[in-house]
Design a protein around this ligand. Structure first.
Ligand code: GUN
Ligand code: FE
Length: 437
């Protein structure tokens, strides 16, 4: 067996700490250790308790990573991004529907070229690791080979990733349009090739209600119901003009959410990005069906979409994950995304605490993707994906950290002042997958 030992300030979550930061929801070991066997967590605890429990010879034989004084967390989980959109981060001056037409569709059309898809996949996976993100739910483009290209890179890095080809058979440029039948056929082919292979799973990917015919949505719902452990990703209630368009396109449906519910595009392993313009009744209905929400604060601020109410969503029982939504999001860092989440939460009148923030970036995301049996915490048997963070990566962080002591305050400073400069190393299944310098 391969043994790995990591020493550092180990933090992980067992449940949502809630608005009051319930201390029973997390474990923190100031001089902590992780014992990893064949890529899985065997033990997490105080270093002085881990070491004496090791079988004879393991301490000497194990690969040892000494990160004393650094924060060791489960790898970040980005619950929603578009890998074809890395090249349009920071495209100026539009809201959602114009942004799609002016920037997004032309960018996605470039992936008609397989080699462009392969380059984009390699770039994005490398950037995820450089930012401490080890799992994600990822949109491809309408081209089936976009999902092949992404899965191939994910497999080479042994990452637990979800991806799917976009389903889009109306209200889009001709060169990005599939048909109800071809979209499902291509999805099924991809499922046969990739779903359940190693750590990979397929995620059915109807872009959003306006770009699919009712027939495509119906077939997608049937497929979603028929394949075990299949995932589903889409967009819901992001922008006011989008809301009005959906009401126009689906006059028989009571609401935008009802479109997805009606066609069977909700339920466990389905994640809907944004979920801004929803009522509490709708949040409760999503929670009751087991549908998750991806909170994309940077994207929502960038496109002027509105403010996701994380407190109302969590109160309703929704599974919420944090997401960059690259390329409407402005970067890959979930630390920077947490800062935006905090700003949005203040705009909603319910400030996001630091422990809950770090929960959302790790176990919360894993739960939102229904992957928490595998990732998101250091519970025994979990896959040992982790990120090592430098509390004092910048002069401002160092200055601040010298003047604050409690875990909650230090985490909060990291949330507001931190970004990818804090990432020292990223491990996948115990092994170093990215390291600074
Ligand atoms: N709604 C439909 N497609 C998209 C997309 O690519 N990005 C965002 N942010 N919203 C969408
Ligand atoms: Fe998106």
């Amino acid at each position: 067996a391969q043994h790995v030992l990591v020493r550092g300030q180990v933090l992980h979550f067992l449940s949502d700490p809630g608005p009051e930061a319930d201390p029973a929801a997390w474990q923190y070991f100031d001089d902590g250790g992780l014992w990893i066997v064949d890529g899985r967590i065997e033990g997490a605890g105080p270093w002085d308790a881990i070491v004496p429990a090791l079988p004879p010879g393991v301490r000497e034989a194990a690969a040892f990573h000494d990160h004393r004084g650094r924060l060791v967390l489960p790898g970040f989980v980005d619950t929603h991004l578009h890998y074809a959109q890395a090249g349009i981060i920071g495209a100026y001056g539009r809201q959602l529907l114009d942004w799609l037409n002016d920037y997004t569709f032309p960018a996605e059309a470039r992936l008609a070229d397989l080699s462009e898809a392969e380059r984009a996949a390699a770039f994005v996976v490398e950037r995820l690791l450089a930012h401490g993100t080890t799992s994600a739910s990822v949109f491809g483009t309408v081209h089936a080979h976009s999902a092949d290209a992404f899965f191939a890179v994910a497999e080479a890095h042994r990452l637990r990733l979800l991806c799917g080809k976009v389903l889009m058979d109306r209200n889009c440029p001709d060169n990005l349009r599939d048909t109800a039948e071809s979209g499902i056929r291509d999805s099924l082919d991809l499922i046969n090739r990739w779903h359940g292979r190693g750590r990979l799973r397929y995620s059915l990917t109807p872009r959003f209600a306006p770009t699919s015919t009712p027939e495509q949505l119906r077939l997608a719902g049937e497929l979603f119901a028929s394949v075990p452990d299949l995932h589903l990703q889409t967009h819901l209630a992001e922008n006011r003009a989008e809301m009005a368009w959906v009401a126009d396109l689906f006059p028989d449906r009571r609401s935008y959410l009802d479109v997805y519910t009606h066609f069977g595009l909700a339920g466990p392993r389905a994640i809907h990005a944004h979920c801004i313009h929803l009522s509490n009744d709708q949040r409760r209905a999503m929670a009751a069906s087991g549908t998750s929400a991806a909170f994309c604060p940077s994207s929502n601020l960038f496109l002027g979409s509105g403010f996701f109410d994380h407190a109302a969503s969590l109160d309703a029982g929704l599974r919420v994950g944090l997401a960059t939504d690259i390329g409407a999001g402005t970067g890959f860092s979930l630390l920077a995304t947490l800062r935006d989440a905090y700003h949005v939460s203040q705009a909603c009148g319910t400030p996001l605490g630091s422990l809950r923030g770090f929960y959302l970036a790790t176990l919360g995301g894993a739960r939102a993707l229904y992957l928490d049996d595998f990732i998101g915490s250091f519970a025994p048997g979990r896959e040992a994906d982790l990120v090592v963070l430098d509390w004092a990566a910048t002069p401002e962080l160092a200055w601040r950290m010298e003047r604050t002591t409690t875990l909650a305050e230090r985490l909060f400073a990291l949330m507001i002042l931190g970004d990818q400069r804090c990432v020292v190393a990223t491990h996948v299944l115990g092994e170093v997958a990215w390291r600074r310098g």
